[in-house]
Design a protein around this ligand. Sequence first.
Ligand SMILES: *Cc1c(COP(=O)(O)O)cnc(C)c1O
Length: 523
Amino acid sequence: MYFLSTRGGQKVTGAQAIVQGIASDGGLFVPETFPKVSSQELNDMLAMNYPERAAYVLHKYLDDYDYAGLKDACERAYSQFEGNDAAPLVKMDKGLYILELFHGPTCAFKDMALTLLPYLLREGCNICGIKEEILILVATSGDTGKAALEGFKDADGIKIMVFYPDDGVSKMQKLQMCTTGGNNTNVLAVRGNFDDCQTAVKRIFNSNEYKAELKEKGVLLSSANSINFGRLAPQIAYYFSAYLDLVSSGQIEIGQTVDFTVPTGNFGNILAAYYAKQMGLPVGRLVCASNKNNILTDFIKTGRYDCHRNFYKTMSPSMDILISSNLERLLFEISGRDAALIKERMENLSRNGVYMVTTEELKRIGESFYAGCTNEEQTVECMYDFFCEYGYPLDTHTGVAMNVAEGYMSACKAEKDPKDKTPLPPMVVVSTASPYKFPQDVLYALTGNDVKDSFKGIKRLNLLTAMKVPKNLQELRYKEPRFKAVADTKDLYREVLHFLEVGTDGIVAEGTAKKRAPRKKAE
Ligand SMILES: *Cc1c(COP(=O)(O)O)cnc(C)c1O
C-alpha cells in the first residue's frame, strides 16, 4: 500500500511514511485507499487477543512490514501494560461503555501507539535501507512527551528531544517527563502555549536548510507526534477491539452500529475511529468532545475553522489546542481527496488563521461527526455525578467526553419519535487517562477538596475510590527531575544542535539553566 501527501507532493511506502513523519510539502501522509475488513474477518478476529487484533489491523496498511514481526512487536508493546488486556471495555450501564486506554507505562492513551512506534520506525529504517542516526523531535501538550520518551529511551540509533509548553502541562506530567532516564533523551520547557511550541517544532521540520545541515551531521529528523502515520495506525486497532468486545460479550451482534465519544485535542484519536469506519467497522456517529477550547465544536457545527480566539488553560491540558493537526486528514477525505484545495486551505490557515469548507463538505462531516464542548464547571459536575452514580472516577479529559456524550444521547432521545421504541446505538466513551494522572483536579471534582501536593491527591483518591494506583505514578514520588531548562521558541533549533553535540545526561539541561536568568512567573 502506498501513502499520499494530503497536499499532493509525495507518494511513498508505509515504511517511508513512518520514517519521514511529515511529507516534504508539509502535508500529512494518508493511505492511498482504505483497506476493508469484512464481517467474516471481524468474526475471525473475535478469537484474537489484543496484540493479535492490533497486528491484524496494522498489517492491512503496513503490508511492507513482515506480519510475524508486527505480531511479535505488538506482543512486546502491550505486555508493558498493567493487567492482561491493553484496552479493556467496561460496562457502565445498558448501552454505555468506557474504553480504558490508560493502562500503559505513562497512564494515558498515547501509550497505545508510542509503545509500538519505536519498532515501526526502526523496522521502517531497515526496510528503507537508512543508515543515519534518527532524531525524534516532539512537541507535547503533556502526555505525548512522556509516552514518547518511555517508548524511545535507550533505543539504538535514535535520539529523542521533547518540548513542552512551560506552565502548560500538569505538575504530574512535568515530573513524569523531567525524571526520564536513558542516555538518548532530552526534555526542554518552551515559553508559550502548546500551539507556540508545536509551531516552533514544525518550523524545524519544514526548514530545508536545517534538514540539510543535520543530514551533513549524519542525522535524520523524524516525528513521534500524532501527525506520524505510525501513531495513527495503532490507534485504529482499539476501535476494532472495542467493537469485537461488545460482540463477544453479547451486547451487540456483528453489523450493528456503535457510537464513540472521544475527548479531542489534536484530532488524532477520533480520526483513528473515522479510519476504522472507512475500513468497514460498523461505526455510527463519532462524537468529538472539546473543553473550553472549542474550536472543533464550532468547526463541525459551522464549517468555519477560525483561530482568532482566546486560548484557555483548563483541567484537561492535553485538549488545550487551537490548531488540530490531524484535521487535515479528515479535510482531505471529505473534500473528495482534493490535494490542491487542502494545500490552499492550510496556507490560508497559517497565513490568516482561518479557512472554511463548503456546505457540501460540512454535510459530509455531519454524517459521521457530532461535536460538543463543556466548560470547567460542567466537567466537574459531570465527574461528580458520574462517580455518585457508578462509583467510577473519570479523569478530567474523560469527564469532558462523558458530559458531551450525555448531551448527545439526550439530544438523540429528544429527537426520536416517542412511539419509536428501538434503543439508541450503544455508546462507547473513550477514556484517555488514568484519574491518578490528574489527582488534584479529580479529587477536587469528587470531593470539593483542594490538596497542594499531587501525591497527597493520589493517596486521598485511592482511599475514596479504591481504584488501584498505577505503579509508575506511585514511583515518581521518589525521583529527582533531571531536565530543568526553559527556552524561547526562536531558540529551539540551537538547543537541538547543542543536544546533538554535547549529548545528554543532564549536561544540556544544567548547562542552559545556569547560563540563563531564572524565569519570572509574571512574564
Ligand atoms: C492527547 C490526549 C487527548 C487528545 O487526543 P488527540 O488525539 O490529540 O485528539 C485527550 N486526552 C488525553 C488524556 C490525552 O493525552
